[in-house]
Ligand binder design. Structure first.
Ligand code: G1P
Ligand code: ZN
Length: 532
């Protein structure tokens, strides 16, 4: 029954910021998926696991193949979302709830899907979160030497009906992807207060972007909380996300932005991404950036023990931590770095500028959770989002923030830019660029306070004499060329200067940073492709 298939190893299976992500057609080539999945099984013992995905092109075929490989690799039980669907945070929850050894989540997150888009495989561990660097390194090492994979000769049953079936000796449990997650949310938030707010006429527009959160959002916002029918738009998950780019930001959720800034805008707008871990928050006439959203949620969170942000995220949340007398941690980019802090009980909330916010309830960022946290806050404060933000900036100061992305740069040019910057770091202090003087420049190294592990070269941080900060790093999730990310932050304590136009407020810092890194010289670019 069990076959061993000889294959050659692939030399491009190094996981990035969030799993292995490649063009869909690249993943579909013979043996490619199999080589990576076998490498996971070779590196990590798995007896009981979770399997699900965001439903993008190749999801079904990959689920079937992974089930057949799991059965041949000694896995005893697999919990699968019905029709192979499961949001990333819901997967994290089920791993934890059932004490599984880990899980495989099929997603390239916010990257577009379809034959021309991207596919991805993420592996999470027993705590429900992305595995730490030591484990991804071990998986990568196995990908370089894998020479065969194991698979059962039997076909895998389609996971279309809830219930249990056997594949060889392996039990497959097909579960409703929404049910347990919705119960978890009910246990965390004051659903009565939110329901009462909707009964009072509060209006919501949630854009599921034809991705995995549609069924979750319908069941929770419309079903349980009583938001009007139709409050969730683009609610049906489609294999190509309807041709869209399921990244919840003002550029890719333009329709939602127009609605929130138009006449008759709803009270509150939100969106999530391909696999349901990112969120976008927008009030009537006001966009709330992810760094600010994290700070506002932290300011309102009962029993806050500590906060964490990724290094490029603005320090707005640090100001809240200072005021509330709790520690603030800064970790490298990527959710895996929050896992130890959460497991050790050191923080209650964490987030990234890239639209990720999460708490201690799972070990992933969680889009629906962030929206519920905002809805609860709105139900209690009974103020429009604009007033909440203005009050927040008055209390804690405002941290103007933007990320400038330069996409599909020639990889050699991007490496040369970063290499030159790193070489010059020690000489930058005291130098001026377009009127701003550098105070310090260093390459971010993180030492995990829980297990002492060290992550080096996580991005260059430039601090200016006048308080501004720029951070420069290359993306670890792209699939063609290199993406250079510049993160710009300018704190203003107030009371003056709290209502500037963010682009104008950051313009001098942007120019200084472009000049400092010799952007045009290295890349030929002088303007970003995306500002978020
Ligand atoms: C990007 C984001 C990062 C996030 C990751 C996965 O990674 O910047 O914050 O954790 O996607 O969602 P990057 O492409 O910058 O490596
Ligand atoms: Zn995602």
């Amino acid at each position: 029954m069990i076959k061993t298939v000889s294959i050659r190893a692939f030399d491009d299976q190094k996981p990035g910021t969030s799993g292995l992500r490649k063009k869909t057609v690249h993943f579909m080539q013979p043996d490619y998926l199999e080589a990576y999945i076998q490498s996971i099984f070779n590196a990590v013992p798995v007896r009981r696991m979770l399997l699900g995905g965001d439903g993008r092109t190749f999801n079904d075929a990959a689920i079937a193949q992974i089930l057949r490989m799991a059965a041949a690799n000694g896995v005893e039980q697999v919990i699968v979302g019905q029709n192979g669907l499961m949001s990333t945070p819901a997967a994290s929850h089920l791993i934890r709830k059932h004490g599984l050894d880990g899980g495989i989540i099929l997603s390239a997150s916010h990257n577009p899907a379809g034959p021309d888009g991207d596919f991805g495989v993420k592996f999470n561990g027993a705590n429900g979160g992305p595995v730490p660097d030591a484990v991804t390194d071990a998986i990568y090492a196995r990908t370089k030497e894998v020479s065969e994979y194991r698979i059962t000769g039997q076909p895998a049953p389609a996971p279309d009906r809830i219930g249990e079936t056997m594949l060889g000796d392996m039990r497959i449990c097909v579960v409703d992807p929404v049910e347990d997650y919705a119960a978890l949310m009910r246990s965390l938030f004051d659903f009565d207060a939110i329901r009462a707010m909707f009964q009072g006429g509060f209006t919501l527009c949630f854009d599921a972007m034809h991705a995995v959160t549609g069924p979750y959002a319908r069941a929770i916002f419309e079903g349980e909380l009583g938001a009007a029918a139709g409050s969730v738009i683009h609610a049906v998950p489609l294999p190509d996300f309807g041709g869209g780019h399921p990244d919840p930001n003002p550029v890719w959720a333009r329709g939602l932005m127009e609605r929130m800034f138009g006449d008759d805008a709803p009270d509150f707008g939100a969106a999530s991404d391909g696999d349901g871990d990112r969120n976008m928050i927008v009030g009537r006439g006001i966009y709330v950036g992810p760094s600010d959203s994290l700070a506002v949620l932290a300011a309102h969170m009962p029993g806050l023990v500590g906060v964490a942000r990724s290094m490029p995220t603005s320090s707005a949340v640090d100001a809240v931590a200072r005021a509330r007398g709790v520690p603030a941690y800064a970790v490298p980019t990527g959710w895996k770095y929050f896992g130890n802090l959460l497991d050790a009980g050191l923080i209650s909330i964490c987030g990234e500028e890239s639209a990720g916010t999460g708490g201690d309830h799972v070990r992933e960022k969680d889009g629906i959770w962030a929206v519920l946290a905002w809805l609860e806050l709105l139900a209690k404060r009974r103020q429009p989002v604009t007033e909440i933000m203005q009050a927040h900036w008055r209390d804690y100061g405002r941290h103007y923030f933007a990320r400038h992305d330069f996409e599909e740069i020639d990889s050699a040019a991007a490496d040369a830019l970063v290499g030159a910057l790193r070489e010059n770091l020690s000489g930058l202090g005291g130098q001026s660029f377009m009127g701003l003087t550098v105070k310090s420049a260093d390459d971010f190294t993180y030492t995990d306070p829980v297990d002492g592990s060290v992550a080096q070269n996580q991005g260059v941080i430039i601090r200016f004499e006048t308080g501004e900060r720029a951070m420069i790093r290359l993306s670890g999730t792209g699939t063609s060329g290199a993406t250079l990310r510049l993160y710009l932050e300018r704190p203003v304590a107030g009371p003056k200067g709290l209502d500037m136009n963010p682009a104008q407020a950051l313009q001098p810092l942007a120019s200084a940073t472009y000049s400092l890194i010799r952007l045009t010289g290295f890349t030929g670019r002088d303007a970003p492709d995306v500002i978020s």
